[in-house]
Design a protein around this ligand. Structure first.
Ligand code: SF4
Length: 237
C-alpha cells in the first residue's frame, strides 16, 4: 500500500471511530480543500457526524457558493452558525468595519465575535469535534496531533488530516471528483474571511495570504487558541 493509501485508510478509521465512540460529533468545515476531503469522506460513507460552518458575514462569494455545491453534490445542507448581531454592531460602531487591520488586538476581537463565540455555540453538547488542519500548513501547526483533549471546549478534538500533505489533499479531491472552492485555482491555498485573505505568489508559505500584515506567530483566528496562546495539548491515546 502506498503512503497515501495508508494515510487515507488511517483517516477513514479515525472517522469511523469518532462516529462510533464519540457521538454526537461535529465537523467544523471552512469549506476549503482539506475540509472538502473530510466532507466527502463523511457524507459519502453516511457517517454519523454532522457538519457545520461559521458564517462570519465576511466570507468570499466563492466560499458561500460551496454551500450550494455541497447540497447539489451530496443532498446535504451544511448548518451555519453566525455571530451575534448585537456584538457585530457594537464592534463596527465603536471601531469601524475593518478595524482588524489596526492591531492584533482588534483583529482578535473581530475573530472572537465572528468565529470564536459562534464556535462555542456550535460545539456545545457534543463529545468531539473535527477539523481539517494539517501540520504542514504553517509554523503554528507543526505539533498538531490527530487527537487532542480540548479542555477549552470540554470535548475531544480530532485533526484526521494532520499528517496529510497538500499533494495528498489534491490527489484525493481530483481522483474522487470532489467539488472545491474556485479560489484555490486563483492563488488562494488557504481561505478565510475575504478582507483577511489574499492570493499568494509561487513559493510563498501556504498561509502567507492570511492576515498578511501580521507576524507569522500570531496567525491563528482563536479557534485553536486559548488566552492568546496556541493550545498544544498532549496527544490523547
Ligand atoms: S478573519 Fe478577519 S474578518 Fe474574519 S473574523 Fe477574523 S478579523 Fe474578522
Amino acid at each position: 500500500m502506498s503512503d497515501f493509501q495508508e494515510r487515507l485508510a488511517a483517516t477513514k478509521a479515525t472517522l469511523d471511530k469518532i462516529a462510533a465512540d464519540y457521538a454526537p460529533a461535529v465537523f467544523a468545515s471552512s469549506l476549503a480543500a482539506e475540509d472538502m476531503v473530510l466532507t466527502d469522506l463523511i457524507l459519502r460513507n453516511k457517517l454519523n457526524i454532522s457538519i457545520f460552518s461559521l458564517e462570519t458575514g465576511r466570507l468570499h462569494a466563492e466560499t458561500l457558493g460551496m454551500l450550494d455545491k455541497v447540497k447539489e453534490t451530496y443532498g446535504t445542507e451544511i448548518r451555519l452558525f453566525k455571530p451575534e448581531a448585537a456584538a457585530v454592531e457594537a464592534y463596527v460602531s465603536q471601531h469601524g468595519l475593518n478595524a482588524f487591520y489596526d492591531s492584533v488586538e482588534m483583529r482578535k476581537e473581530c475573530c472572537r465575535i465572528r468565529k470564536v463565540e459562534p464556535l462555542k455555540r456550535a460545539l456545545a453538547g457534543n463529545k468531539a469535534w473535527i477539523t481539517g488542519q494539517r501540520r504542514a500548513q504553517s509554523a503554528t501547526r507543526t505539533e498538531l496531533a490527530i487527537q487532542e483533549d480540548d479542555a477549552t471546549h470540554g470535548l475531544q478534538k480530532f485533526n484526521p488530516l494532520a499528517d496529510w500533505s497538500e499533494e495528498d489533499v489534491w490527489h484525493y479531491l481530483r481522483s474522487n471528483n470532489v467539488p472545491y472552492n474556485p479560489l484555490h485555482d486563483k492563488g488562494y491555498p488557504s481561505i478565510g474571511c475575504e478582507p483577511c485573505t489574499r492570493a499568494i505568489q509561487p513559493g510563498e508559505d501556504v498561509r502567507a495570504g492570511r492576515w498578511w500584515w501580521e507576524n507569522p506567530d500570531s496567525k491563528e483566528c482563536g479557534l485553536h487558541v486559548v488566552d492568546g496562546k496556541l493550545v498544544r495539548i498532549k496527544q490523547a491515546v
